[in-house]
Design a protein around this ligand. Structure first.
Ligand SMILES: Nc1ncnc2c1ncn2[C@@H]1O[C@H](COP(=O)(O)OP(=O)(O)O)[C@@H](O)[C@H]1O
Ligand SMILES: [Mg+2]
Length: 305
């Protein structure tokens, strides 16, 4: 079993899953369903309302001489669920981190809805975004990380309330009520006072999912969220995410090596390698009859492990 993630230091609210409600999202208590912890996921807990799409336009990202994204183009439609597959080290996490503004882009444009993330308009020009613009834009995006990244020194409740209170300005009572609803939803109401180190990996990841949702993002990014889990814990977390994907209006961009999960959760699959999209299509096509040799090689390698 992987050790609890105590090496994460103190992640910022962004590093720990998301930054916000987005506009027009009510923070009233009636948003939080009572007794929502039925077998599935209570839809009332989940972000609703028009979610913006994502578009990468000739995005370039380098680390020194290492060009990770080479004029990368792709889109995720509003409310669409897209899975990104590709070899390890190819830049999938970098794509998500750019969307979370945890990495800076070198060139190109990233659109969230009809606004650019890293640039703002000044007259008819586009200029680099200031902090205020970045802050507003990233409120729309939440992320769940491979290594959970919970605040190790805070109990579960505070992990869920810290962002909503500090970043979104919710009252403590509102944040606590929202947190309770979400903990019910992920089946961890009884762990509200526990610290991350007292939870299994699967439980920590459920808390991390709840924490991301507590910010009521419109775009949710999932980065290999089950790959640090013991095999027997994987299915439960995947089932939870499948329910969330089905019952929310979230735009979802998911990186995973779990091909069955990818097939289940996505409307479309993007095969990514060497800085660009190699091919894309519905899951049945990509997994059933991929047209590119690179995709076939990749799938064969993944299925062999
Ligand atoms: N902060 C960083 N500094 C330098 N190189 C990085 C950094 N983050 C990622 N890289 C490099 O970028 C490439 C893509 O990494 P990553 O996005 O993590 O790939 P993936 O998620 O597909 O495994 C790798 O070569 C990795 O070493
Ligand atoms: Mg990665």
């Amino acid at each position: 079993m992987p050790p609890p993630d105590t090496t994460a230091g103190s992640p910022t609210p962004e590093e720990s899953g998301g930054a916000s409600t987005g506009e027009g999202v009510s923070t009233q208590k009636s948003d939080v369903a009572k007794g929502g912890a039925t077998k599935g996921v209570a839809a009332t807990e989940l972000p609703r309302g028009a979610a913006p799409g994502i578009r990468f336009e000739k995005v370039v990202k380098r680390f020194g001489h290492n060009v990770v994204l080479r004029e990368l183009d792709f889109t995720v439609g509003p409310g669409e669920r897209v899975t990104l597959i590709g070899p390890s080290g190819s830049g999938k996490t970098t794509i998500l981190r750019l969307l979370m503004t945890l990495e800076k882009l070198d060139d190109g444009l990233i659109w969230i809805g009809d606004e650019t993330l890293w640039h703002m308009k000044r007259g008819d020009k586009r200029v680099p975004a200031n902090q205020k613009h970045l802050h507003e834009m990233r409120k729309q995006v939440g992320m769940v990380f491979q290594q959970f990244n919970l605040f190790p020194n805070m109990n579960v409740l505070r992990n869920l309330t810290e962002g909503p209170v500090r970043v979104l300005g919710l009252s403590k009572d509102e944040a606590v009520e929202r947190a309770r609803g979400l903990l019910d939803m992920v089946g961890l109401a009884d762990k509200i006072d526990a610290h991350p180190s007292q939870l299994s990996g699967g439980q920590q990841q459920r808390v991390a999912i709840a924490r991301a949702l507590a910010m009521q993002p419109k775009v949710l990014l999932l980065d290999e969220v089950t790959s640090a889990l013991d095999p027997e814990l994987v299915v439960g977390v995947q089932d939870l995410l499948r329910d969330i994907a089905r019952q929310s209006d979230l735009t979802l961009l998911c990186v995973t090596h779990e091909m069955t999960f990818a097939r289940d959760i996505s409307d479309r699959v993007l095969m990514f390698d060497q800085g660009q999209i190699v091919e894309e299509g519905p899951p049945d096509q990509i997994f059933g009859e991929p047209s590119e040799q690179r995709t076939r090689d990749f799938l064969q390698a993944v299925l062999a492990t």
